[in-house]
Design a protein around this ligand. Sequence first.
Ligand code: SF4
Length: 499
Amino acid sequence: MPADLGFHPKEHYGLVSAHPYRLLPFRFMRWQTGEVLVVNDVGEHLFLDASSFDAFVRHRLDSGSDTYLDCKAKHLLADSDSTVPIDLLATKYRTKKSFLEGFTKLHLFVVTLRCDHSCHYCQVSRVTEDRERFDMSRETAERAVNLMFRSPARDLKVEFQGGEPLLNFQLIRYLVNYANECNTQEGRRLEFVIATNLSPLTDEMLVFMREHSIFISTSLDGPEAVHNANRPRRGNDSYEITLRNIGRAREALGHDRVSAIMTTTERSLLHPREIIDEYVRQDFDSIFLRPISPYGFAIRTRKAWEYGAQEFIEFYKAALDHVINLNRNGVAFMEVYAQILLRRMLTPFPTGYMDLQSPAGAGVGVVAYNYDGDVYASDEARMLAEMGDFSFRLGNVHEQTYEEIFGGSVLQALQEASCVEALPGCSECAFVPYCGADPIFHWATQGDPVGNRPTSAFCTKNMALLKHLFGLLHSGDAFIEKLFLQWATSQDLPHRLAS
Ligand code: SF4
């Protein structure tokens, strides 16, 4: 650089060292303790005190020091011309992104919009039980299954959704048989899940489910008062029916074939401990604490906005605290969102959790076939359509080919807007390797698929929960450290998350 341009030589910036090493790609975050969290591209991380961090970035670390060796072991620096460290990082990066292999694995079939519940937070524009024109036809089901088998994925997961899918059980039966018949040629690993409130469950259905190894995912929002208030139906007996039928299903299918999910409403915020205790009492070994989703019926009734991200965060922390204490007292119990984040923080492995992927899972990990044959990039995209917003409709099984649906401009635009590594507000965040983009959430809440991170409830929640988990891990509590490692490495991912 010519001297007259006024630049200092690089020695001026302290960039020359007696122990030269290269910095490998990393992001960092200053911690409230004065330390700095340093994270590489695959999520390996280290807390450095401020002066060590300064020495690290100025290439002034002593090559014999523990900090130097830690940074080298965590792939934050490399000190030879060898390409091995980069090759190793690349392998880990490929592993982290291996959820992309095989393309769309989770296929949601909305077999009916009919439902016997009228949950306040319902994300679907459910219709009353007798309106059969909102049922999927056999022809639509066959076409959707044919499309599913065009996906190159070796593992295919079929999830039946509604409304209440058991109200159209004859179609579930037909579709399972048809898919299995196709699969004699295809040879894929096929799995079936029914997301159901369980109220229409019959013994005949259970026999079919057992014969075909079908999983059940039901809803349990907490103790009776919370559950029934959140999930009203005629007779106000949703809790009683759900528990009775969880018992029947466990007996017929096996305990582990029945899982439950909960949705956090404003009412739930008051009962973090009681909700956890209800799950323990009902013999579940985990809970997934989910905030309400801002889609479909939930947004129309304004229930989605009953509470803000901060209130959910406080609820979550109180519930997680209770879960940790249960474990301290010998009750093995896990919180699934923490498990997902910890798996990303502590292992090189991906999770199949669609709402937290980069690029987003919409369309490339999951796809939803609506009762009328419309194909959506995700369940949330379908819910938006029920509100009149068809932005994420990929096509229709009766009108478009596989190539048109999965190679079209809608899916491409979604992918472009969802690589968190390159998103404004995210690209320099230390939490990138653990986080994701949810373009449909940002479209629904901010009118833009990229969104604005400083005002995004998605970012507020993930930022706070990741900081909380890192804080706990770094607190020096050996029990928590061991417990979190156990959760992170557990093979027991719920059926929708297994990758
Ligand atoms: S969404 Fe927020 S927490 Fe996640 S990577 Fe982006 S800035 Fe970080």
